[in-house]
Design a protein around this ligand. Sequence first.
Ligand code: ATP
Ligand code: MG
Length: 238
Amino acid sequence: MSETVLTLENVETYYGKIHALRGISLSVKQGQIVTLLGANGAGKSTTLRTVSGLVRCAKGRVIFLGKDITRIDPHHIVRRGLIQVPEGRRIFKGMSIQENLELGSFTLKDDAERRRRMARVFDIFPILEQRRNQDASLLSGGEQQMLAMGRGLMTDPKLLLLDEPSMGLAPFLVQEIMRIIRRLNEDGVTILLVEQNAKVALKLADYGYVLETGRIVMESDAASLQQDERIIKAYLGT
Ligand SMILES: Nc1ncnc2c1ncn2[C@@H]1O[C@H](COP(=O)(O)OP(=O)(O)OP(=O)(O)O)[C@@H](O)[C@H]1O
Ligand SMILES: [Mg+2]
């Protein structure tokens, strides 16, 4: 039986009076790609932010690799190998591509290990190597997404949280990003993926959860979700 990497137990999160998560329970197993589907405002990003400690849940627990991380500081969560690539990229402009990548491994003392990780990132994203000395602000939207993912990979993550990696990208770049997500997963990275593009997400994922106003209303293996009339109607369109 494969190991459970992440478990959420009845997680409830508020923003002031807004009850954004109303009891989320889910799990992600070693080697899986799990996707969260749901309309705008359903609580997908909040779920990821709660896991990575960027927002605090009021109730419930988050368990990562058998340890309760509910009250652990975000930077300690990162050190344990749980990395969120945020929605909207957040790359650092005014810094080169290489410097942006180095930020992903700033706690690492082992230079040889840093070079090894960077070589891996460049292997996955050759465009970043070609332009390593350029300012990150010169990258296109899709390239910025690659840089944000590359920076996440510099931490050598065990679990990667991806928030809308295809947002705003041209269709051919969506395919490219999805190909890269699959490759990372084949390399052993477990992935929790949030995607507005449900068709693409379900194609990649092993398992999916559907969120509505802070609750999970459906869950199943991705193949079954793809066949489900309600999912087709609400998310896969025609
Ligand atoms: N920083 C914030 N302050 C107050 N309310 C917030 C904040 N961030 C999110 N919310 C609210 O919490 C709820 C869940 O938002 P969240 O961003 O998690 O949704 P989402 O599923 O990621 O949506 P989208 O698909 O639009 O990204 C929404 O009602 C949203 O308005
Ligand atoms: Mg969101």
